[in-house]
Design a binder for this molecule. Structure first.
Ligand code: PLP
Length: 283
């Protein structure tokens, strides 16, 4: 079967079809539960940086991104996650995390015979499933537990992990908001090490939290604290889309295992923005 035919329609398309012919009650204020789009303007500092760098549009950006951008990203990772990242080898700017999440699976799966597994939480951000199917792998759905809002890692441990090549995790989780603890990360790192699979940690929502004193733990932070500073078989995916109200900018980064970053970079799926966006927290 053609792999494209395996893809499910996007849930929003299905919703649109279900809603067609329905007229909402005009007296009620609708709550839009469809695509997760920021509801505020892109901050002026981002708009200004873009305007000031329009001259860069006449140039092709380097696949690795500008050194200044990589340094800025590494600095931010250090401040936010207390993790040391080599800006030369361990971080790569990408054109949106969705695209990177998809492309990275193709890189990982290329090293394996078709038919292996890509595991991810269920419910899930749909790109994980599409990336698995188009990469010739089978999805392995890890149901999210009602009590924790996280996938059941003991279920994962019961699987034949020799056939799992890639595991997506999403922390803070979409849709539950639950965050992996250090002990969850310890379990995952141990399993990944033992069974040689790669962890793709989707941290698109890492900067959206209520308690200013306790930002969510990230995978790079957990790996550093657990004595794994080389981030072997771990890649984190981050994005400006949600944290900076800028999904139209298509700007994010991947960071972690230098070997995977090098392989990913060789496929050139990603190019840096022609301007250096300040990765500072907004007041
Ligand atoms: C869990 C999750 N990951 C990644 C993304 C992709 O964000 P972007 O491609 O804009 O960086 C989204 C967007 O909705 C998301 O919900």
């Amino acid at each position: 079967m053609n792999r494209l035919e395996l893809l499910q329609p996007y849930p929003f398309e299905r919703l649109r079809a279900l809603f067609s012919g329905t007229t909402p009650n005009e007296k009620l204020r609708p709550i839009n539960l469809s695509i997760g789009e920021p509801k505020h303007d892109t901050p002026a500092i981002v708009q200004q940086a873009l305007l000031e760098n329009l001259h860069g549009l006449s140039l092709y950006p380097a696949t690795k991104g500008l050194p200044g951008l990589r340094n800025t990203l590494a600095d931010w990772i250090k401040t936010r996650f207390k993790a040391e990242i080599n800006p030369e080898t361990q971080v790569l700017p990408v054109l949106g995390s969705r695209e990177a999440l998809f492309a990275f699976a193709q890189v990982v799966l290329d090293a394996h015979e078709p038919g292996g597994f890509v595991a991810f939480p269920n419910p899930f951000y749909q790109i994980y499933e599409g990336a698995a199917l188009l990469g010739g792998a089978q999805p392995l759905y890890l149901n999210i537990q009602a009590e924790t809002g996280l996938p059941d890692l003991s279920e994962l441990a019961k699987q034949d992990l020799s056939r799992v090549h890639l595991l997506y995790v999403c922390s803070p989780n979409n849709p539950t908001g639950a965050v992996f603890t250090q002990s969850n990360w310890q379990t995952l790192f141990d399993l990944a090490e033992k069974h040689h699979f790669v962890i793709a940690s989707d941290e698109c929502y890492s900067e959206i939290y209520l308690d200013e004193d306790n930002p969510p733990l990230g995978a790079l932070q957990a790996a550093s604290q657990l004595g794994r500073p080389d981030f072997k078989n771990l890649l984190v995916f981050s994005s400006l889309s949600k944290r900076s109200n800028a999904p139209g900018l298509r700007s994010g980064f991947v960071a972690g295992d230098a070997d995977w970053i090098a392989k990913f970079c060789a496929t050139a799926p990603t190019t840096a923005r022609p301007c250096l966006l300040p990765f500072k927290k907004q007041a």
